[in-house]
Design a protein around this ligand. Structure first.
Ligand SMILES: Cc1ncc(COP(=O)(O)O)c(C=O)c1O
Length: 387
């Protein structure tokens, strides 16, 4: 089957799905918000899941024990990193692993650094656990990590740096200088680094380098989160891993009841194992498709909505759109939904650097993306005429 066939889907089919992306706003709205792709998952994954359903094979399974080796082999093949399978723990989602690390290594009031604007559940995780947000805003000119600002943000009760690479929502792949600055600060202030790398396979050129391979100063202070949910479009299956290179957290997790830590379902494990072992061709094809959609978005916005700022992301299928010189105000996604019938993610939720921005999800077909762009262009044009 060709990549083109893998990635064609009609808007009618997308709307028939129960998933939140297309069901939340109803039939008049085009969905370009939550980070699911519109494409069907890899056929090998669907076949493996179907096999379990047809055999009625939904009892207790032992396959989760295979995840650490599969993750290690996948990371080695794609990124040249061999995680130690003994250090790999299984969780139901990346955020589950992230919250387990925060709750088990810090006390209420302790500081957690984030590089804003950032995937807003990070901000919720810090606030909801009673920890303290330590804001290290990215430099809006290129969304780079500002080493001085990072260093200045750290105080005596800062304990964690929450890293996201590739970065949601900006699509940055942080370079060696930026990563070294993080390693330097982490070592000097004795901080744990939690690095969320679940977008690592979806780059558009720059190579993703797992933090574990970047700088030896991360050794002993690093938790790496991995998942097949973004790269293979399996978020609803609920399965993720964390490579825990941090002795205190390892000891705490060892001492906790397995039931308290939870476990993914049989289908989550089967889908993830299949994705990591049998879907490299699909992954290569989806990357090509996503790069084409990214370039379509860049081309059309530059030609038809030049007041909308868009720096093509180096990774992810998310566009971080700058509407600050349009008439759409601080929360452009709200205006685009109300006036344009197109759902993007609201920039202000992503923290500092978010007002005036909206995040668009371009993981769809050329045709659906054209309709999404039409609605953005028309809404911006109408607002610019009024102001
Ligand atoms: C950076 C990042 N981390 C975590 C998640 C959520 O992953 P999960 O559903 O496995 O918790 C997302 C979803 O978009 C994400 O972009």
């Amino acid at each position: 089957m060709s990549g083109t066939t893998w990635f064609s889907i009609s808007v009618e089919r997308a709307r028939r799905r129960a998933g939140v992306k297309w069901s939340h706003y109803g039939d008049d709205v085009l969905a370009a918000w939550v980070a699911d792709m519109d494409y069907d998952p890899p056929p090998a994954v669907t076949a493996a899941l179907r096999g379990h359903l047809e055999r009625g094979d939904l009892g207790y399974g032992l396959m989760a024990a295979d995840l650490p080796d599969a993750y290690a082999a996948f990371q080695q093949r794609h990124h040249g990193w061999t995680p130690d399978p003994e250090r790999v723990r299984v969780f139901t989602s990346a955020l589950h692993g992230l919250e387990a690390a925060i709750w088990n290594t810090t006390e209420p009031g302790d500081g957690v650094v984030v590089f804003t604007p950032v995937y807003y559940p990070f901000l919720d995780a810090i606030r909801d656990s009673g920890r303290r947000l330590v804001d290290a805003p990215l430099d809006p000119d290129g969304w780079r990590i500002d080493a001085d600002r990072l260093d200045a943000a750290i105080d005596p009760t800062t304990r964690i740096i929450l890293f996201c690479n590739p970065h949601n929502p900006t699509g940055r792949v942080f370079d060696a200088d930026e990563v070294n600055a993080v390693a330097d600060v982490a070592e000097r202030h004795d901080l744990l680094v939690i690095t969320d790398e679940i977008w690592g396979e979806l780059t558009h050129g720059p190579l993703h380098r797992p933090l574990a391979t970047c700088d030896e100063r991360f050794a002993g202070r690093l938790v790496t989160l991995g998942s097949a949910s973004k790269s293979f479009n399996l978020a609803g299956l609920r399965c993720a891993v964390a490579h825990v290179d941090h002795s205190p957290l390892e000891r705490t997790l060892d001492s906790m009841s397995g039931h308290l830590q939870g476990a993914p379902s049989t289908l989550g494990v089967v889908g993830t194992l299949t994705a990591w072992t049998a879907c490299d061709d699909w992954l290569a094809a989806v990357r090509t498709e996503l790069t084409a959609r990214r370039d379509q978005l860049a081309r059309r916005l530059a030609a038809e909505a030049p007041t909308v700022g868009f720096v093509a992301p180096e990774a992810t299928y998310l566009g971080w759109l700058d509407f600050r010189t349009t008439g759409l105000g601080d929360d452009p996604a709200r205006a685009l939904l109300k006036q344009g019938g197109v759902a993007l993610s609201q920039g202000p939720k992503f923290g500092t650097g978010g007002p005036g921005f909206a995040r668009v999800n371009f993981a769809t077909t050329e045709e659906i993306l054209d309709h999404v762009i039409d609605r953005i262009v028309e809404t911006v044009a109408a607002a610019d005429t009024v102001t």
